[in-house]
Design a protein around this ligand. Structure first.
Ligand code: 5GP
Ligand code: SF4
Ligand code: MG
Length: 468
């Protein structure tokens, strides 16, 4: 998911709308904005993409100088309007809105406990637990109640809370999901004061002309209100474990996270892959878009020409009509089509970021071969994905992850590639960490989906299935 918040701007809804656009890659299922005019909250949420959820007239119904927004991709809770965020409720101290990127690993236990003592839930989302914990805390201020609630939850969270006149941004003690602070400078001429912005990725700052200030620290809680901004620490202490998959796939390449350019990291993943598993070939092509920077790195490290051998359509929606007559590669062709002149007669290396079920890769390899390639070698810029993520990325169950039950050779045969190789865990970590190991970024990473080393305890879902 993606979160965006702004404190102190007359166009808060419009800017949040634009900010969510720049975070759309983090979730396409639903979008929502809650604003405040200082007295009360205004809410609009719906299923779909940001541009479909908000019309100009809808944005005009969201007045006020404070706003938070969310784009959702479901991990826990299923895809439905009732789970669309931000949530907004009234409680003893006033109104409260909240939105969440991540996944709470003890939400089921907390929910059972809250329900047993009378709470009524409106959604099946793990994030709603937070609202109840804040509402039921006996602390005197909202800020204290939020700390109180966070002392009870476990898991990965980048959170935004908003009351009528306060914005609170929090990153979990391990800093699994990104969250950064920006500023939109005011001007004396127009009488505008500086506005504070908090967002999942800094791509959203560029779009609205805001400046990047810094990443929030793991375990940091930032409170922004009339008195300015103050930074507090959560009670739970833990070693940092930033999600390494944000660098591999999830974040936008033009983002900078924890001081590292995502584009540069992906390029070095490709260079590392070239060092570890070179292949003699005529052309290097990416699976667009996520494979592009690593393919550039791989190609330049080996001196093999880089070409766009697959062209991606950026206009496919989620609903489409499949023709009755079955067309070869139809599903994948909606998104990708080969450029035959680039591929014909060539020994081709294809770069992708990960293999999940293997079904896409299999279709891509066949499509490239059908276009006339002589050899097709697949290179993956991360290690085999063998373990489900419980911290906010939607990976399927172990059974569905092809690498959890198949060797690399078996996967190569399944996807019908002439060869297949993955980047090693060490190679990935070194590429992400970068050449100069600075103190502040030398903390660890979460790489549980590749290594099985889970940094946060979780209760495995009872039916062996991903929580829905
Ligand atoms: P497969 O066919 O192996 O299941 O899919 C692999 C493709 O899925 C890769 O091209 C990769 O970019 C993409 N991918 C990896 N992780 C995710 C994810 O979390 N969500 C989505 N939608 N695609 C992903
Ligand atoms: Fe990221 Fe993988 Fe860890 Fe999930 S398990 S937080 S996707 S590194
Ligand atoms: Mg991809």
């Amino acid at each position: 998911c993606g979160v965006f918040g702004i404190y102190g701007h007359p166009e808060s809804a419009n800017l949040t709308y634009l900010g969510l656009h720049a975070l759309q890659h983090r979730g396409q299922e639903s979008a929502g904005i809650v604003t405040s005019d200082g007295e009360q909250l205004f809410v609009h949420r719906a299923m779909g993409l940001v541009q479909d959820v908000f019309s100009q007239s809808q944005l005009e119904k969201l007045p006020g100088r404070y706003a938070i927004g969310h784009v959702r991709y479901s991990t826990a809770g299923g895809s439905a309007l009732k789970n669309a965020q931000p949530f907004a409720v009234d409680f003893a101290l006033g109104s409260l809105a909240v939105c969440h990127n991540g996944n709470l690993t003890n939400a089921d236990e907390l929910r059972a406990e809250l329900e047993a003592s009378g709470s009524i839930f409106q959604s099946s989302s793990d994030s709603e637990v937070l609202v109840h914990l804040v509402a039921r805390s006996s602390q005197p201020t909202v800020e204290d109640r939020i700390s109180d609630a966070l002392a009870r939850v476990k898991g990965a969270y980048s959170l935004l809370f908003m009351t009528e006149d306060m914005l609170v941004a929090v990153r979990d003690p391990r800093g699994v999901r990104p969250l950064c602070l920006g500023i939109l400078p005011g001007s004396k001429q127009s009488g505008l004061r500086d506005a504070h912005i908090v967002a999942s990725e800094p791509t959203s700052f560029d779009l609205i002309g805001a400046e990047f200030v810094r990443d929030l620290e793991p375990g940091e809680m930032l409170v922004i209100d009339q008195n300015g901004m103050r930074s507090l620490r959560l009670t739970e202490k833990a070693a940092p474990h930033m999600c390494i998959f944000e660098y591999v796939y999830f974040a936008r390449p033009d983002s900078r996270i924890q001081g590292r350019s995502v584009y540069e990291v992906r390029k070095s993943l490709g260079e590392a892959l070239a060092r570890e598993c070179a292949v003699d070939a005529d052309v290097v092509i990416p699976v667009p878009d996520s494979g592009v920077p690593s393919a550039i790195g791989y190609s330049s490290a080996l001196g093999i020409p880089f070409e766009m051998g697959l062209i991606r359509s950026h206009y496919i929606g989620r609903t489409f009509i499949e023709p009755q007559q079955s067309i070869r590669h139809f599903g994948v062709r909606l998104k990708l089509n080969p450029v035959a002149t680039i591929l014909r007669g060539k020994r081709v290396v294809v770069l992708d970021d990960s293999i999940v079920r293997g079904t896409t890769s299999r279709k891509i390899v066949k499509m490239i071969r059908d276009a006339g390639a002589r050899e097709v070698h697949m290179r993956i810029s991360s290690p085999p994905t063998q373990w489900p993520c419980y911290y906010g990325i939607d990976t399927p169950t172990r059974r569905e992850l092809i690498a959890s039950s198949h060797t690399v050779d078996e996967i190569a045969r399944y996807i019908t590639a002439d060869s297949l190789a993955y980047l090693s865990l060490d190679g990935m970590i070194r590429a992400v960490r970068g050449p100069e190991v600075r103190q502040e970024t030398s903390g660890g990473y979460c790489h549980a989906c590749f290594s099985g080393e889970y940094p946060i305890a979780f209760t495995p879902p009872a039916n062996g299935k991903r929580q829905m």
